[in-house]
Design a protein around this ligand. Structure first.
Ligand SMILES: [Zn+2]
Length: 435
């Protein structure tokens, strides 16, 4: 049985020509996009009326920590180190697997609700996160966050947790859920651990999900200790390659960006989190484009954003680069939409499968209500894209489809139960913040 998304007012394909179609339909069959155009229903079709709707590819969040939804609003307006050391790390020590599970369910619900269909996550208790994401119907690449203990002891434990998580994902045998290796960062992982991570990724054809150059302090520390910049350091130890997805990448020089380009490194740009934690500076994204680095967009975790709405992140991305460069033409609406869709897919090596509305691709699709007040008017093709980036928000999303399965329609989640999740999160939060 197929699904016919019938008579969409607009279809923003994000295909290589960036075609925007008017009054078009899309047929989904066997979890993939089968036909696009003026289509007539056939008896086997389930029909979704898409009049007054805009169809777009599902958004891709290339960097987040879903379970941190539990910390939302708890520790804001603080210096990064104080935020981490006094607030976040002590809380993280108290997290249980169940808490991470419900936090991840809440994050998955927010993503379903706001049009994100694929995410990249790194955290603890990842078996539980994987179970939650699998249940939600979303697509994900998941990694256990490896942090080398300061005394060197427990390194074995971190590696064991990573390989156990790999086995868990393999046993799930669900094509929507993939494994990545997750060394937390160059300042929390030794060269040896980074090397081990890359080798494991090679062996299992996986990505390496890592935070790089989020703050100036991190670069300064490395320069003091080793006399090199972070990209040089990582290149020297043979770490940089096309499996590396580098979150943040704010404090990079132009030559480090070129090195990323040469080695095929990908970047997850997190403008909201970078601004909120005030690490200073702005990621050199235009230079990354010039160097051929695939750049996706990420929200980062809900403790530093504080939402998971990719529409909000798209707008912020456009604004930060314009403001920073005194150039309104930079990071234009089309390019920013690319970052949240097809470029995001490139940044996680999935551009053949997702990121655009093209025949044969996985049916990860999102419908927005074109008659919501903030979506009116739509003058023409360019305005659709402009509205998506500058005036839409996640709550304009009406329908979310992943792998050909409808997860939400009419703004009502069909797979996850919002009431149940809210109650379970209340219990987790009570356990985490005892009165
Ligand atoms: Zn992060």
């Amino acid at each position: 049985m197929g699904i016919l998304l019938r008579d969409c007012d607009w279809v923003v394909t994000q295909d290589p020509q960036r075609k925007v179609l008017r009054n078009a339909s899309v047929r989904i069959s066997d979890r993939r996009i089968e036909e696009i155009g003026q289509l007539k229903p056939v008896p086997k079709d389930d029909i979704v009326d898409c009049k007054r709707k805009v169809l777009i590819p599902g958004l891709i969040n290339t960097h987040t920590h879903l379970s941190m939804t539990l910390f939302r609003g708890y520790a804001d307006d603080l210096e990064l180190q104080e935020w981490l050391e006094k607030k976040i790390w002590p809380l993280e020590k108290r997290l249980t697997g169940d808490m991470c599970y419900y936090g991840a369910l809440l994050g998955s619900l927010e993503m379903t609700r706001t049009g994100t269909t694929c995410l990249v996550d790194m955290y603890f208790h990842m078996e539980k996160v994987a179970d939650a994401v699998e249940e939600s119907g979303l697509r994900a690449i998941l990694s256990y966050g490896i942090i080398d203990p300061k005394d060197g002891e427990g390194k074995g434990r971190e590696r064991r947790k990573t390989t156990e998580f790999l086995q868990h994902i393999k046993a799930m045998n669900e094509s929507r859920i993939e494994f990545a290796v997750g060394p937390h960062s160059p300042y929390t992982c030794s060269s040896e651990t980074l090397h081990w991570s890359r080798e494991l990724a090679e062996k299992h054809d996986a990505l390496v999900n890592i935070h790089i150059a989020e703050t100036r302090g991190e670069q300064a520390q490395l320069e003091r200790e080793k006399g090199v910049r972070v990209a040089e350091h990582l290149d020297k130890i043979g770490f940089l390659c096309d499996r590396v997805l580098a979150a943040h990448s704010v404090w990079l020089t132009k030559s480090e960006v070129r090195l990323f380009g040469k080695r095929g490194v990908r970047v997850a740009h997190c403008p909201v989190s970078n601004m909120k934690l005030a690490g200073g500076g702005v990621a050199p994204v235009p230079e990354m484009w010039e160097a051929g680095v695939p750049v996706g967009l990420g929200t980062d975790g809900p403790a530093s954003n504080n939402g998971l709405d990719m529409f909000d992140t798209m707008k912020t991305c456009a604004l930060i680069h314009k403001a920073h460069r005194w150039d309104p033409t930079i990071a234009n609406a089309q390019k920013v939409l690319d970052m949240a869709t097809i470029d995001g897919a490139r940044s996680i090596s999935k551009e053949k499968e997702i990121g655009s509305i093209e025949i044969g691709k996985r049916a990860d699709l999102v419908l927005l209500d074109a008659r919501d007040p903030n979506m009116i008017p739509i003058h023409g093709k360019e305005t659709v894209v402009s509205n998506l980036v500058y005036s839409a928000n996640g709550f304009n999303v009406d329908t979310t489809i992943v792998d050909g399965k409808i997860l939400m329609t009419d703004r009502k989640p069909l797979v996850l139960d919002p009431e149940k999740i809210a109650s379970a999160v209340d219990v987790s939060v009570a356990g985490l913040f005892p009165k």
